[in-house]
Ligand binder design. Structure first.
Ligand code: ATP
Ligand code: MG
Length: 283
Protein backbone atom coordinates (compact mmCIF):
# COMPACT_ATOMS: atom_id res chain seq x y z
CA UNK A 1 0.00 0.00 0.00
CA UNK A 2 1.15 3.56 -0.76
CA UNK A 3 2.87 5.04 2.29
CA UNK A 4 2.74 8.80 2.77
CA UNK A 5 5.18 10.28 5.31
CA UNK A 6 4.44 13.51 7.14
CA UNK A 7 6.11 15.26 10.07
CA UNK A 8 5.03 13.78 13.40
CA UNK A 9 4.86 17.13 15.17
CA UNK A 10 6.26 20.56 14.42
CA UNK A 11 5.83 23.33 11.90
CA UNK A 12 4.71 21.16 8.99
CA UNK A 13 2.23 18.98 10.85
CA UNK A 14 -1.01 21.01 10.75
CA UNK A 15 -0.62 22.24 7.17
CA UNK A 16 0.19 18.71 6.01
CA UNK A 17 -2.89 17.20 7.69
CA UNK A 18 -5.07 20.01 6.31
CA UNK A 19 -3.75 19.60 2.78
CA UNK A 20 -4.49 15.87 2.87
CA UNK A 21 -7.94 16.58 4.28
CA UNK A 22 -8.69 19.08 1.50
CA UNK A 23 -7.63 16.35 -0.94
CA UNK A 24 -10.29 14.07 0.53
CA UNK A 25 -7.80 12.06 2.56
CA UNK A 26 -8.85 11.88 6.17
CA UNK A 27 -6.12 10.84 8.57
CA UNK A 28 -7.67 8.94 11.45
CA UNK A 29 -6.33 10.33 14.68
CA UNK A 30 -2.84 9.03 15.03
CA UNK A 31 -1.57 10.47 18.30
CA UNK A 32 1.45 8.44 19.42
CA UNK A 33 1.10 6.08 16.49
CA UNK A 34 3.76 5.68 13.84
CA UNK A 35 1.46 4.39 11.12
CA UNK A 36 -2.23 5.09 10.62
CA UNK A 37 -4.88 4.11 8.12
CA UNK A 38 -6.61 6.83 6.11
CA UNK A 39 -10.06 7.04 4.60
CA UNK A 40 -10.81 8.40 1.14
CA UNK A 41 -7.61 7.11 -0.47
CA UNK A 42 -5.86 3.78 -0.70
CA UNK A 43 -2.84 4.67 1.44
CA UNK A 44 -1.47 4.83 4.94
CA UNK A 45 0.26 7.72 6.68
CA UNK A 46 3.57 7.43 8.53
CA UNK A 47 4.34 10.02 11.21
CA UNK A 48 8.08 10.64 11.23
CA UNK A 49 10.62 13.17 12.39
CA UNK A 50 11.22 15.82 9.80
CA UNK A 51 14.95 15.17 9.72
CA UNK A 52 14.42 11.42 9.18
CA UNK A 53 12.01 11.74 6.27
CA UNK A 54 14.50 12.22 3.37
CA UNK A 55 16.39 9.03 4.24
CA UNK A 56 13.22 6.97 4.75
CA UNK A 57 11.96 8.28 1.45
CA UNK A 58 15.15 7.44 -0.39
CA UNK A 59 15.18 3.94 1.15
CA UNK A 60 11.56 3.31 0.16
CA UNK A 61 10.24 3.00 3.73
CA UNK A 62 7.88 5.79 2.61
CA UNK A 63 6.77 6.20 -1.01
CA UNK A 64 5.93 9.88 -0.87
CA UNK A 65 6.27 12.62 1.73
CA UNK A 66 5.37 16.16 2.59
CA UNK A 67 8.68 17.71 3.54
CA UNK A 68 10.65 20.97 3.43
CA UNK A 69 12.94 21.25 0.41
CA UNK A 70 15.66 22.47 2.78
CA UNK A 71 15.78 19.06 4.51
CA UNK A 72 16.03 17.18 1.22
CA UNK A 73 18.92 19.41 0.14
CA UNK A 74 20.70 19.05 3.48
CA UNK A 75 20.38 15.25 3.55
CA UNK A 76 21.38 15.11 -0.13
CA UNK A 77 18.58 12.64 -0.66
CA UNK A 78 18.08 11.18 -4.13
CA UNK A 79 14.32 11.67 -4.37
CA UNK A 80 11.96 13.30 -6.86
CA UNK A 81 10.31 16.61 -6.00
CA UNK A 82 6.82 16.54 -7.52
CA UNK A 83 5.04 19.66 -6.29
CA UNK A 84 5.75 22.78 -4.27
CA UNK A 85 3.00 23.12 -1.70
CA UNK A 86 3.00 26.82 -0.87
CA UNK A 87 3.42 26.58 2.90
CA UNK A 88 6.34 26.54 5.38
CA UNK A 89 8.15 29.08 3.27
CA UNK A 90 11.53 29.97 4.70
CA UNK A 91 15.10 30.64 3.69
CA UNK A 92 18.43 29.35 4.91
CA UNK A 93 20.48 32.44 5.64
CA UNK A 94 23.78 33.60 7.01
CA UNK A 95 23.54 36.09 9.87
CA UNK A 96 26.10 37.91 11.98
CA UNK A 97 25.89 40.10 15.11
CA UNK A 98 24.58 43.56 14.37
CA UNK A 99 27.27 46.12 13.54
CA UNK A 100 29.96 43.57 12.70
CA UNK A 101 31.76 44.04 9.43
CA UNK A 102 30.40 42.13 6.41
CA UNK A 103 31.13 43.03 2.79
CA UNK A 104 30.26 39.74 1.16
CA UNK A 105 30.61 36.03 1.88
CA UNK A 106 34.43 36.27 1.84
CA UNK A 107 34.17 38.28 5.09
CA UNK A 108 33.52 34.90 6.76
CA UNK A 109 36.86 33.46 5.63
CA UNK A 110 38.57 31.87 8.64
CA UNK A 111 35.54 32.49 10.89
CA UNK A 112 33.40 30.09 12.92
CA UNK A 113 29.83 29.49 11.73
CA UNK A 114 27.22 27.61 13.79
CA UNK A 115 24.51 25.70 11.93
CA UNK A 116 22.19 22.70 11.81
CA UNK A 117 22.73 22.61 8.05
CA UNK A 118 26.43 21.69 7.68
CA UNK A 119 26.16 20.08 4.24
CA UNK A 120 24.25 22.91 2.60
CA UNK A 121 26.56 25.46 4.19
CA UNK A 122 29.76 23.60 3.21
CA UNK A 123 28.51 23.37 -0.34
CA UNK A 124 27.78 27.11 -0.42
CA UNK A 125 31.17 28.05 1.07
CA UNK A 126 33.00 25.77 -1.35
CA UNK A 127 31.22 27.29 -4.33
CA UNK A 128 32.42 30.72 -3.17
CA UNK A 129 35.94 29.58 -2.30
CA UNK A 130 35.51 30.52 1.36
CA UNK A 131 37.01 28.41 4.12
CA UNK A 132 35.34 28.68 7.52
CA UNK A 133 35.03 26.30 10.42
CA UNK A 134 31.56 24.90 10.82
CA UNK A 135 30.09 24.18 14.25
CA UNK A 136 27.28 21.74 13.93
CA UNK A 137 24.54 22.27 16.53
CA UNK A 138 21.07 20.81 16.48
CA UNK A 139 18.95 23.59 17.93
CA UNK A 140 18.89 27.23 19.17
CA UNK A 141 21.57 28.13 16.67
CA UNK A 142 20.74 31.83 17.05
CA UNK A 143 22.32 32.05 20.51
CA UNK A 144 25.71 30.78 19.34
CA UNK A 145 27.30 34.20 18.67
CA UNK A 146 26.08 35.58 22.02
CA UNK A 147 27.76 32.81 23.98
CA UNK A 148 30.98 33.10 22.02
CA UNK A 149 30.56 29.83 20.17
CA UNK A 150 30.62 31.30 16.68
CA UNK A 151 31.10 34.50 14.67
CA UNK A 152 28.12 33.84 12.45
CA UNK A 153 25.20 31.51 12.08
CA UNK A 154 23.50 29.78 9.17
CA UNK A 155 19.88 29.06 10.02
CA UNK A 156 16.31 29.02 8.76
CA UNK A 157 14.56 32.38 8.75
CA UNK A 158 10.96 33.20 7.99
CA UNK A 159 9.96 36.56 9.48
CA UNK A 160 13.42 37.37 10.83
CA UNK A 161 12.10 38.10 14.34
CA UNK A 162 14.29 35.42 16.00
CA UNK A 163 17.38 36.96 14.44
CA UNK A 164 16.27 40.44 15.51
CA UNK A 165 15.64 39.35 19.11
CA UNK A 166 19.14 37.92 19.27
CA UNK A 167 20.83 41.00 17.84
CA UNK A 168 21.67 39.33 14.54
CA UNK A 169 21.50 40.65 10.99
CA UNK A 170 20.71 38.54 7.94
CA UNK A 171 23.46 38.94 5.34
CA UNK A 172 23.16 36.29 2.65
CA UNK A 173 20.49 33.85 1.53
CA UNK A 174 21.86 30.39 0.80
CA UNK A 175 18.64 28.63 -0.13
CA UNK A 176 14.91 29.31 -0.41
CA UNK A 177 12.56 26.59 0.69
CA UNK A 178 8.93 25.60 1.07
CA UNK A 179 7.10 22.38 1.81
CA UNK A 180 6.98 20.04 -1.16
CA UNK A 181 5.60 16.69 -2.20
CA UNK A 182 8.55 14.39 -2.76
CA UNK A 183 8.66 10.78 -3.91
CA UNK A 184 10.86 7.73 -3.88
CA UNK A 185 11.94 7.25 -7.50
CA UNK A 186 11.00 3.54 -7.69
CA UNK A 187 7.64 4.20 -6.06
CA UNK A 188 6.88 6.58 -8.92
CA UNK A 189 6.73 3.51 -11.18
CA UNK A 190 5.08 1.11 -8.76
CA UNK A 191 2.39 3.52 -7.58
CA UNK A 192 2.35 5.76 -10.65
CA UNK A 193 -1.43 5.95 -11.02
CA UNK A 194 -2.06 6.62 -7.33
CA UNK A 195 0.65 9.25 -7.08
CA UNK A 196 -0.73 11.00 -10.18
CA UNK A 197 -4.19 10.98 -8.63
CA UNK A 198 -2.80 12.52 -5.44
CA UNK A 199 -0.92 15.17 -7.46
CA UNK A 200 -4.08 15.94 -9.40
CA UNK A 201 -6.00 16.50 -6.16
CA UNK A 202 -3.22 18.61 -4.65
CA UNK A 203 -3.05 20.81 -7.75
CA UNK A 204 -6.83 21.33 -7.64
CA UNK A 205 -6.65 22.32 -3.96
CA UNK A 206 -3.66 24.65 -4.42
CA UNK A 207 -5.21 26.35 -7.45
CA UNK A 208 -8.38 26.85 -5.43
CA UNK A 209 -6.37 28.38 -2.59
CA UNK A 210 -4.53 30.72 -4.96
CA UNK A 211 -7.63 31.99 -6.73
CA UNK A 212 -10.90 33.72 -5.89
CA UNK A 213 -14.26 33.74 -7.60
CA UNK A 214 -15.32 37.29 -8.35
CA UNK A 215 -18.71 38.65 -9.41
CA UNK A 216 -19.89 42.22 -9.83
CA UNK A 217 -22.46 44.39 -11.60
CA UNK A 218 -21.42 46.52 -14.53
CA UNK A 219 -23.18 48.74 -17.09
CA UNK A 220 -23.43 46.88 -20.42
CA UNK A 221 -21.34 49.46 -22.27
CA UNK A 222 -18.45 48.81 -19.83
CA UNK A 223 -18.40 45.01 -20.17
CA UNK A 224 -15.75 45.02 -22.87
CA UNK A 225 -13.44 47.25 -20.83
CA UNK A 226 -14.00 45.27 -17.60
CA UNK A 227 -13.33 41.93 -19.23
CA UNK A 228 -9.96 43.23 -20.44
CA UNK A 229 -8.97 43.92 -16.82
CA UNK A 230 -9.84 40.38 -15.74
CA UNK A 231 -7.25 37.66 -16.24
CA UNK A 232 -10.00 35.14 -17.03
CA UNK A 233 -9.82 31.35 -17.22
CA UNK A 234 -11.37 31.14 -20.65
CA UNK A 235 -13.82 33.99 -20.93
CA UNK A 236 -15.91 35.79 -18.30
CA UNK A 237 -19.51 34.72 -17.68
CA UNK A 238 -22.08 37.47 -18.35
CA UNK A 239 -25.59 37.29 -16.93
CA UNK A 240 -28.23 39.94 -17.60
CA UNK A 241 -29.66 41.81 -14.61
CA UNK A 242 -33.33 42.74 -14.24
CA UNK A 243 -32.24 46.40 -14.26
CA UNK A 244 -32.14 47.65 -17.84
CA UNK A 245 -28.62 48.11 -19.29
CA UNK A 246 -26.77 46.23 -16.53
CA UNK A 247 -25.09 42.82 -16.33
CA UNK A 248 -23.42 40.64 -13.74
CA UNK A 249 -19.93 39.55 -14.69
CA UNK A 250 -18.36 36.42 -13.13
CA UNK A 251 -14.76 35.35 -13.29
CA UNK A 252 -11.77 33.95 -11.41
CA UNK A 253 -8.82 36.05 -10.29
CA UNK A 254 -5.59 35.08 -8.64
CA UNK A 255 -4.87 35.97 -5.04
CA UNK A 256 -1.70 37.76 -6.20
CA UNK A 257 -3.18 40.48 -8.40
CA UNK A 258 -6.41 40.63 -6.44
CA UNK A 259 -6.26 44.20 -5.07
CA UNK A 260 -4.91 45.65 -8.27
CA UNK A 261 -7.74 44.11 -10.31
CA UNK A 262 -10.42 45.22 -7.81
CA UNK A 263 -9.07 48.78 -7.93
CA UNK A 264 -9.21 48.89 -11.72
CA UNK A 265 -12.72 47.39 -11.79
CA UNK A 266 -13.99 50.11 -9.44
CA UNK A 267 -12.58 52.79 -11.71
CA UNK A 268 -14.22 51.05 -14.66
CA UNK A 269 -17.65 51.34 -13.02
CA UNK A 270 -18.11 47.95 -11.32
CA UNK A 271 -20.53 47.87 -8.39
CA UNK A 272 -21.45 45.30 -5.78
CA UNK A 273 -18.18 43.42 -6.11
CA UNK A 274 -18.29 40.02 -4.36
CA UNK A 275 -15.25 37.86 -3.84
CA UNK A 276 -15.76 34.23 -2.87
CA UNK A 277 -13.23 31.55 -1.90
CA UNK A 278 -12.80 28.59 -4.22
CA UNK A 279 -12.52 25.19 -2.62
CA UNK A 280 -11.13 23.28 -5.59
CA UNK A 281 -10.26 24.20 -9.12
CA UNK A 282 -9.70 21.86 -12.06
CA UNK A 283 -8.78 23.39 -15.39
P1 ATP B 1 12.17 17.31 13.63
O1 ATP B 1 10.75 16.89 13.21
O2 ATP B 1 13.17 16.34 13.12
O3 ATP B 1 12.27 17.67 15.08
P2 ATP B 1 12.67 20.17 13.12
O4 ATP B 1 12.94 20.40 14.55
O5 ATP B 1 13.61 20.74 12.10
O6 ATP B 1 12.53 18.62 12.76
P3 ATP B 1 10.54 22.12 12.77
O7 ATP B 1 11.26 23.11 13.59
O8 ATP B 1 9.11 21.85 13.02
O9 ATP B 1 11.20 20.67 12.77
O10 ATP B 1 10.72 22.61 11.24
C1 ATP B 1 10.19 21.88 10.18
C2 ATP B 1 10.38 22.59 8.87
O11 ATP B 1 9.62 23.80 8.85
C3 ATP B 1 11.80 23.08 8.54
O12 ATP B 1 12.62 22.05 8.07
C4 ATP B 1 11.50 24.08 7.44
O13 ATP B 1 11.27 23.40 6.22
C5 ATP B 1 10.18 24.68 7.88
N1 ATP B 1 10.31 26.08 8.43
C6 ATP B 1 9.61 27.14 7.98
N2 ATP B 1 9.94 28.26 8.62
C7 ATP B 1 10.85 27.97 9.51
C8 ATP B 1 11.59 28.73 10.49
N3 ATP B 1 11.42 30.02 10.64
N4 ATP B 1 12.44 28.07 11.27
C9 ATP B 1 12.58 26.74 11.12
N5 ATP B 1 11.94 25.99 10.21
C10 ATP B 1 11.09 26.57 9.39
MG1 MG C 1 12.41 19.51 16.43
Amino acid sequence: MLKIAIQKSGRLFTDSINLLKDCGIKVNNGKDQLKVAVSGFDAEVLFLRNSDIPRYLEDGVADIAIIGENVITEKQADVAILEKLGFSKCRLSLAIPKGHNYQDITSLDGKKIATSYPNTLTDFLNRHGVSASIHRISGSVEIAPNIGLADAICDLVSSGSTLFKNGLEEKDIILKSEACLAANKKSLEIYGAQISELQFRIQAVLKGRNNKYILFNIPNDKIEEASKILPVLKSATILPLMAEGWSSLHSVISEEDFWEVIGKLKVCGAEGILVVPIEKMVI
